[in-house]
Ligand binder design. Structure first.
Ligand code: NAD
Length: 319
């Protein structure tokens, strides 16, 4: 492996970040150092103990930035990203950044991402900042198969380095055009995927109530014009796709609260650019209510089937 990755930084070792940082620790050779920081200590200690001498704990994002050439971040929301990069005392931008490459993989609003990018460009003109949100969930992060949506074009001077590094954690790297468009792509994707989950739940629910076996109905969708990845792989109706979170009590998968967050970011983005939406507010209300419903909270977002009153015991009616 090229020595260009000898000093990496990773900030935010949560459900996604810990696995992504671990992929780097597994795949990069001895001698490479990965400097990590998280406000929570348990995931930091876990990785440091698992990869002694390779994963090294830091006391702030600034220290990570001082010690690394390329810094990745994976934190929950825009306010966390702003604090990680812009905090005057402890932030990444408080370090002397030189030509460092900064990659934020968090799913946040485009305005905060551009604010961070512009601040870096103004105060550290030789450094570069990229939005690179991911799709593929915790399972994809653990397997190193996520997709990255990059906020730059194919001709970007860092595209080679970015592709090589992100390929250690993911299968697909898609340059989306320019700064913040990686995030815009991610939000468009989750808006569409969230709406498909609601529509699929409604269609399956009405089908079951008319006497249709949801397995047959899902075969019909797969063969017809309604074919979609949610029904094929994450079917909201339990028992149709055995490996889907719905078939395991909606455990695992993409939490309904995260879908609410992303859906809300997407609706705000659409409003800010004057894009007309027929379903946006209705979808948002659905995910807000499902997130607040104790039967759905913390479950996979396809729990909207349960939220709308879908019959989870449908199998009793069929042989
Ligand atoms: P998480 O809450 O599990 O982890 C976030 C981590 O960031 C935590 O360990 C937290 O302690 C840390 N953190 C928070 N503020 C910090 C700060 N100021 N400095 C350093 N560390 C800080 O969240 P997650 O599921 O890993 O998601 C992270 C991001 O990835 C979110 O934007 C989410 O929308 C996105 N995402 C999540 C999934 C998923 O399936 N979980 C999939 C795709 C994208």
């Amino acid at each position: 492996m090229a020595t260009k990755f000898s000093r990496l930084g990773f900030i935010g070792l949560g459900a996604m970040g810990k696995h992504m940082a671990e992929q780097l620790a597994i795949k990069l050779p001895d001698g490479v150092k990965i400097f990590v920081f998280d406000v929570a200590t348990p995931p930091v200690k876990e990785l440091v103990e698992k990869y002694p001498g390779k994963v090294i704990e830091c006391s702030s994002p600034k220290e990570v930035a001082e010690k690394s050439d390329i810094i990745l971040s994976m934190v929950p929301e825009g306010r966390h990203v702003a604090s990680v990069y812009l905090d005057e005392a402890t932030g990444v931008a408080a370090a002397d950044l030189g030509k460092r490459v900064l990659i934020d993989c968090s799913t946040i609003d485009t305005a905060t991402s551009l604010r961070v990018k512009n601040y870096i460009a103004e105060h550290h003109p030789a450094a570069s900042f990229y939005d690179a949100p991911v799709s593929g969930g915790v399972l994809g992060a653990a397997k190193g198969t996520v997709a990255f949506f990059l906020g730059c074009d194919k001709q970007d001077p860092q595209i080679g380095v970015l592709t090589e590094l992100l390929s250690l954690m993911g299968k697909q790297i898609i340059p989306c055009g320019k700064p913040s468009l990686g995030l815009a792509s991610k939000l468009c994707n989750n808006y569409l995927s969230g709406l498909i989950a609601i529509a699929s739940s409604e269609a399956l629910n009405m089908g079951i109530k008319t006497g249709l076996d949801p397995r047959v109905l899902s075969d019909v969708f797969a063969a017809g014009t309604a074919q979609n990845a949610i029904c094929d792989r994450f079917n909201p109706c339990p028992g149709v796709v055995p490996d889907a979170p719905s078939s395991k009590g909606y455990e695992g998968g993409f939490k309904v609260q995260l879908m609410k967050k992303d859906f809300s970011l997407a609706v705000n983005m659409a409003e800010s650019v004057g894009a007309n939406m027929v379903l946006g507010q209705q979808g948002l209300k659905t995910y807000e209510a499902a997130s607040n419903d104790p039967k759905c909270f913390d479950r996979d977002s396809r729990v909207v089937f349960r939220y709308i009153g879908g019959d989870e015991k449908w199998a009793d009616k069929f042989e």
